[in-house]
Design a protein around this ligand. Structure first.
Ligand code: SAH
Ligand code: SF4
Length: 431
């Protein structure tokens, strides 16, 4: 999501005659688009901001700005040089990017600048994002902003504000422009895409996520369509049906479970139980038998017992995830969990549980990849592999990375590849 927001920022700035610089050393203005999801993410941003300060020696006019969730969470405390031990010139929250050029003028006149107002309707719908990957194959399209689910551990509803959906016409137009520019894959983005809702006041019509996804898929059969993220409480039969009916909607769902224990899920305020979740998995598999399923898991949430942790491992086995993002619980100030529960799982226990989860997922990913050996997939070529110029890299519809010998392929080509080997992270094949 931040990658996508940075493209909006680049668009706002370049229409005001600023240029994107490829190197921080050459820039007169440096914006860091930040994440607050875990304490570790914030510490990395602070370290990076400290590293950047030395550039002021060579360029005394250098402006350093903090954008995004950390700006929204920490507000004017980021402008207190003494407390912070460094200078930051600008602090701009995720709904105020249109104001960036004006705020820069304020900084150039010698003041510090801040705008952290959240909006109930800003979707940047009319801003055509400047794509950082020129000549790219795959692009993100933001379809909604904010979140009002208030999962107990999560800072997002506080830093990104109210949920709001973007006009579907602007989403379809952006898709068409991307196709014309040579893109072959789009990922529709939102914190909870299943609650996408657009009401057209003139025609009195309502567009939900399934209808939007179908509209995007119908723009061109040669365009692959993906989406993230689905909340398990909201993923509907209608959506699964739309996925099953369109071959260019990739058979791949990211469905973050967070925990396999119903009692932990209740403390997390996720609004589904282990059984509800497994029922949704069965519904997906009934309609799309080979659908890839990935997830997010948090180890060591408040009050998590060893039995509850074991339930997460058993659910992982039951679903047989193809891929997972796995984290240690990190308490975020102001969230429901921080107010209501003690962060009482000791650090070494969190680490051990996360290790269990990672080890199990590696085994599950390897198992999933081994099942693909001997099969053929249509792979969308993304470019040369990092390791060797004679090998190209691409993805299967199931979002698995495949490497195979280059026979003069270009980024954007669809190639039929037979898989003959794999690791837990990559498939290897031949065309
Ligand atoms: N909207 C998405 C998630 C966005 S945040 C959803 O609901 O699925 C991405 C992931 O970060 C979450 O799924 C969760 O696994 C993790 N996460 C969020 N807050 C966290 C915290 N306080 N500590 C550890 N992991 C966290
Ligand atoms: Fe956070 Fe929950 Fe919203 Fe996802 S759905 S962004 S985890 S509050």
């Amino acid at each position: 999501m931040n990658f996508s927001d940075s493209e909006i920022v680049a668009s706002v700035m370049t229409t005001q005659e600023y240029e994107v610089s490829q190197k921080a050393e050459l820039a007169d203005v440096i914006f860091l688009n930040t994440c607050s999801i875990r304490d570790h993410a914030e510490q990395r941003v602070l370290n990076r901001l400290r590293e950047l300060q030395h550039l002021r020696k060579k360029n005394p006019r250098l402006v350093i700005g903090v954008l995004g969730c950390m700006a929204e969470r920490l507000k004017s405390t980021l402008l207190e040089d003494d407390k912070l031990g460094m200078r930051i010139d600008m602090v701009v929250g995720p709904d105020a990017y249109r104001e960036l050029p004006q705020l820069l003028l304020d900084v150039e006149s010698g003041q510090k600048a801040i705008n952290v107002l959240l909006s109930a309707d800003e979707t940047y719908a009319d801003i055509a994002p400047v794509r950082y990957t020129e000549g790219g194959v795959s692009a993100f399209i933001s379809i909604m902003r904010g979140c009002e689910n208030f999962c107990a551990y999560c800072v997002v509803p506080f830093t990104r504000g109210k949920e709001r959906s973007r006009d579907p016409r602007t989403i379809v137009n952006e898709t068409r422009q991307l196709l014309e520019a040579g893109y072959r894959e789009v990922t529709l983005l939102g914190q909870n895409v299943n609650s996408y809702a657009w009401r057209n006041s003139q025609s009195e019509t309502h567009t939900g996520f399934s209808a939007l996804l179908e509209k995007v898929a119908l723009t061109d059969p040669g365009l692959r369509v993906r989406f993230a993220t689905s909340h398990p409480k909201d993923i509907s039969d209608e959506l699964i049906d739309v996925m099953a009916r369109h071959t260019n909607i990739c058979p791949s769902i990211h469905l973050p479970v967070q925990s396999g224990s119903s009692s932990v899920l209740e403390r997390m305020n996720r609004k589904y139980s282990r059984e509800d979740y497994l029922e949704r998995i069965r519904a997906i598999r009934r309609a799309i038998p080979d659908c890839a399923i990935s997830t997010d898991i948090i180890a060591g949430f408040c009050g998590e017992t060893d039995e509850e942790h074991q339930e997460t491992l058993s659910l992982m086995n039951e679903v047989g995830y193809d891929f997972a993002f796995m984290f240690k619980y990190s308490e975020r100030p102001g969230t429901l969990a921080a107010k209501k529960y003690a962060d009482d799982v000791p650090e070494d226990v969190k680490t051990r549980r996360l290790d269990d989860i990672i080890k199990l997922q590696q085994a599950l990913s390897l198992k999933s990849n081994r099942r693909d050996v001997g099969k053929s997939f249509e792979v969308l070529v993304e470019g040369p592999s990092k390791r060797s110029p004679e090998v190209v890299m691409g993805r299967t519809p199931h979002n698995k990375v495949v490497v195979f010998p280059d026979k003069g392929y270009q980024a954007g080509d669809y190639v039929n590849v037979r898989i003959n080997d794999c690791s837990s992270a990559t498939l290897k094949g031949e065309s």
